[in-house]
Design a protein around this ligand. Sequence first.
Ligand code: AMP
Ligand code: FES
Ligand code: ZN
Ligand code: ZN
Length: 312
Amino acid sequence: MKCQICKKPSVINLRPHHMSLCKEHFLNWVPKQVEKNIEKYKMFSHDEEIMVAVSGGKDSLALWDILNRLEYKTIGFYIDLGIEEGIGYSEKSKELTIRFAEENNLSLEIISLDDRYNVNIIDMAKIAKQSKKVCSTCGLVKRYLMNEIVIKNDIKVFATGHNLDDEVSFLFGNTLNWQTSYLARQAPVLEAHGNFARKVKPLCRMYEREMAAYALLRGIDYIHVECPFSEGSRTIYYKEILTDMESVSPGTKIHYYTKFLNAKKEGIFDKVDQNELERLQPCSSCGQPTSAGRCSFCSLIEKVQNVQIEKK
Ligand code: AMP
Ligand code: FES
Ligand code: ZN
Ligand code: ZN
């Protein structure tokens, strides 16, 4: 196949877009698509500072690289969860994130669970009685620490590397169970409220395959293995199903996502959204919004500290 623009041999066939591109034109096409997305959903401008949550994986490192190439002002944020399993998952992903920041002269904030609370995510999941569902505890901790850093540094825009495959697998799971409150909140942009930054997903219309090709062709060194706790997860299963559908009918994923966003715009979830927001109150301990008096993170940290006292 030949590149649609210069007729040199192509490196990638973008079936949903009905085109093939060579390395040079593909590496120019990706940032242009991302910029279009940023503008389409009014995510942020060149005057704002954007905090990018970087996990050391291909999507978030590629996102940081793209925003840098598009000359946005960024600051990276990495959470060290202390996952020693596999190849030393956290250690390795932290090292790759630090190296990327240094090589590109970018600033990076790091929070380590061990330094801060003297615990790792696996022990925390055990204390939360979720040792078989480490990802649930991990999600709670990541959300909390992300909100906390945003408030501490007075960040107005917070970006994550969620790609189209992440978005449609989440959407698929939530439609299967008709989780209307999650569906109501799923969007490329979550507007700021109170002290909380605007949360944006600039890669939400980019296929995972496109991001993997981008990272590889840009020579970005990222962690190739998935988190050891994601093995056998529903998310991965849903991604496989959707990828099967995509191979039979190219464009399925982007069509599914676009139609969902259109339906939302027409207001099918408006009522749900309001009910949800009305119920949220500031946590009595840390001030982050919660539906209980005390948020799940503060309750869990108290349990962790009690276990630590008992051990002494
Ligand atoms: P995941 O929940 O692993 O699919 O990751 C989704 C997005 O969350 C990534 O693209 C990152 O932007 C962010 N993220 C995940 N893990 C971390 C981490 N340890 N530190 C900072 N950001 C993260
Ligand atoms: Fe949190 Fe896998 S990254 S459990
Ligand atoms: Zn070309
Ligand atoms: Zn709290």
